[in-house]
Design a protein around this ligand. Structure first.
Ligand code: ATP
Ligand code: MP5
Length: 285
């Protein structure tokens, strides 16, 4: 297989404190998505990853059979503990499970100076369900996502199902993908990435980035694999890493697209269902 090139983010210097970032997300017991995917990408992108766990899922390659949400106050305390001592230069959210956790994360982000128009950018991956269709966010949490978290996002990264739930727009082509990006920006996100991974009609997987002014299109060849568990988390984690390293949002998305493409090229089968993308591909080249 011809592997696509990707520019790499710098590794930490020996014995120097590395760049730090935080993921606010759920645990995947199967190890393919959630905080496990985020931490692997962060490690491979020269970033020390810190964690605020929001939920513990019971999950394997076939689906999610249940989860236990963490007390919203404990989620907030994890964020405070990390920021007050270790310090971070970017953060991302993944599975947030409930409106109470979304509200707690948004309020604590404001308290700690995390989010758009602050020195600590926030990438909001509005995870609503697993790739198998199992719910990871309560139905009544969509309002909180729209009203308190998306307006804090430096970048929001929904897939097409999440776009439909958040904006009501059914993305089927370039025009509706643009309309969805405009609506997400109008909801308060500084930048919106409308991911095209689920637009299977094309031989390209095109993500569209918009900031109210300019559209950036990121067309990459579609990779033929069913082992794509964790692709969305990995994209958002890679954006977060590049932002933590001081890259601009368009540079970060460009980097992350190359990164996730490599992770998809090196994805492997696991269990009887969908295997995970492979953020450790760098160890094999
Ligand atoms: N088959 C593929 N080939 C190339 N890129 C892909 C493919 N599938 C997804 N991507 C890319 O991977 C990233 C994640 O996209 P996707 O739309 O699958 O998000 P997601 O549904 O949140 O991911 P997941 O649910 O698998 O974690 C995007 O950058 C998308 O363009
Ligand atoms: C804890 C957690 N977070 C996120 C996802 C989404 O990943 P996918 O859409 O690949 O199932 C998941 N399944 N589990």
């Amino acid at each position: 297989m011809a592997h696509m090139p990707v520019d790499l983010l710098p590794a930490p210097a020996p014995r120097q404190t590395p760049v730090r970032a935080m993921t606010i997300a759920g645990s995947d017991s199967g190890g393919g998505a959630g905080i496990q995917a985020d931490m692997r990408t962060m490690a491979m992108c020269g970033v020390h990853g810190c964690v605020a766990v929001t939920a513990v899922t019971v999950q394997n390659s076939l689906g999610v059979s249940g989860f236990s949400a963490i007390d919203p106050a404990v989620v907030a305390d994890q964020m405070r503990s990390v920021v007050s001592d270790i310090g971070i230069s970017a953060a991302k959210t993944g599975m947030l499970a409930s409106s109470a956790i979304i509200e707690s994360v948004a309020a604590t982000a404001s308290e700690l100076g995390i989010g758009r128009d602050t020195p600590i950018p926030l990438v909001v991956d509005p995870v609503s369900a697993s790739m198998h269709g199992d719910k990871l966010l309560a139905d009544d949490a969509m309002d909180a996502l729209r009203s308190v978290l998306i307006p804090k996002a430096t970048v929001v990264t929904p897939n097409l199902d999440e776009v439909r739930l958040i904006t009501g727009i059914d993305v089927t082509d370039d025009t509706s993908q643009r309309a969805a990006a405009e609506k997400l920006h109008a909801m308060g996100a500084q930048w919106a990435v409308v991911k095209g991974g689920h637009l299977r009609s094309s031989d390209q997987s095109v993500d569209l980035l918009y900031n109210g002014d300019v559209f950036h299109s990121f067309p990459y060849p579609r990779i033929d694999t069913g082992d794509d568990h964790g692709a969305g988390d990995t994209l958002a984690a890679a954006i977060t890493c590049a932002l933590a390293h001081g890259r601009s949002v368009p540079e970060a998305v460009e980097f992350a697209k190359g990164w996730v493409s490599r992770c998809l090229e090196w994805a492997y089968p696991l269990g009887a269902g969908h295997g995970p993308v492979n953020p450790l591909w760098r160890l094999s080249v």
